[in-house]
Design a protein around this ligand. Structure first.
Ligand code: SAM
Ligand code: SF4
Length: 331
């Protein structure tokens, strides 16, 4: 569907849980995390019903996220059901990879098209510092397992953070794309939740580091995914290097996505807390036709752009800034 600013909205990120088996410093606090009770989380049946409505409205691509999506039981069942919905073309997943070795086969059999594995460093001590768990080996084993499936597109998401995973970490992540067909993407840290207390690296500074070590990055013009990542080739590398730079290269004018939080709130923009409670509507007995209308009118209110780094308070009194963590929204 087309929103008020003429943007085609065809992609939804669905968070299936606010729980996680890691505690990344930019995403979750070390302790004292309050999780939603199970009764507040969308059931698989509710998610499937909503996906049918999204598909009817022209949303063809679904990303399953969290929290950590693989901690939710029977995720392959959900993926299989979503894949079977007419109009859904593509179902992908974003995971920290900890549980991949055990689950990859079932996920692939369920029909997952592509997998983003979040991995910020290949240095064990840095990994422990960033995620607060000594589990690098599990993620690396999960990545290797994922690469055994030739039809599965595998991408790595890395958020470089000042004083945590800096230049050498970035360069060793890039090296992963040399001999394997894995795309390594660098995400600029966003000032959401705990991200407000840290500093990240800009796209330009990361490009500089990479070019000094590996040579010229050449823009890759073909489409490689559903989102705002711009990809580059490096000579002699199998995989591409990508940048998702919401801060330094704002992409709001082509933003094609909306988000569904694990408690059923349809959110149009990461920065604002405003959203439409679809779970409540379903519990009140709304019909499918009414549900589609609610979704459509909610998406029509998608803001023109985020204003991260530009404002402390929104200029519109009717909206407020998002207070929740990325793990609660579904990054
Ligand atoms: N647990 C899964 C994972 O880590 O891939 C899925 C959820 S996680 C919230 C999704 C993505 O958001 C991860 O790649 C993570 O690095 C990213 N992320 C979390 N907080 C962020 C922030 N403040 N700025 C930029 N990216 C962030
Ligand atoms: Fe968990 Fe993903 Fe957040 Fe890390 S980024 S704490 S893995 S939800």
């Amino acid at each position: 569907m087309i929103d008020e600013y003429g943007r085609g909205i065809d992609y939804i990120r669905i968070s299936v849980t606010d729980r996680c088996n890691l505690r990344c410093v930019y995403c979750m606090p070390k302790e004292g995390v309050d999780f939603l009770p199970h009764s507040k989380i969308l059931t698989y049946e509710e998610i499937i019903r909503l996906c049918k409505c999204f598909a009817a409205l022209g949303i063809h691509k679904v990303k399953i996220t969290g929290g950590e999506p693989l901690v939710r039981k029977d995720l392959p069942y959900l993926i299989k059901q979503i894949k079977e919905i007419p109009g859904i073309e593509n179902v992908t997943i974003t995971t920290n990879g900890i549980l991949l070795v055990e689950q990859i086969e079932d996920l692939v059999n369920a029909g997952v098209d592509s997998m983003n594995i979040s991995l910020d460093t290949l240095d064990r001590e840095q990994f422990r510092e960033v995620t607060r768990f000594d589990l690098l080996d599990k993620v690396v084993a999960g990545l290797k397992e994922a690469l055994k499936y030739p039809d599965l597109t595998v991408k790595i998401n890395c958020v470089p953070i000042c004083q945590k995973n800096e230049e050498e970490a970035v360069l060793s992540m890039v090296a992963l794309a040399k001999d394997t067909n894995v795309h390594v993407r660098f995400i600029e840290l966003m000032p959401i939740g705990l991200g407000k207390e840290l500093s990240g690296y800009t796209e330009d500074s990361i490009k500089n580091m990479i070019e000094q070590r590996y040579g010229k990055l050449t823009l890759y013009r073909k489409t490689l995914g559903n989102g705002p990542c711009s990809y580059y080739s490096l000579e002699g590398f199998q995989g591409k290097i990508g940048f998702i730079s919401a801060m330094s290269h704002k992409f709001c004018d082509t933003c094609n996505r909306v988000r569904l939080t694990s408690d059923g709130c349809l959110k149009n923009c990461l920065q604002y807390s405003v959203g439409t409670d679809l779970k409540q509507r379903m519990e009140q007995g709304i019909s499918d036709e009414e549900l589609r209308e609610v979704i459509q009118s909610s998406i029509m209110k998608k803001p023109k752009a985020h204003q991260f780094g530009e404002i402390e308070e929104p200029d519109n009194n009717e909206v407020s800034l998002e207070e929740r963590r990325m793990s609660q929204i579904g990054g």
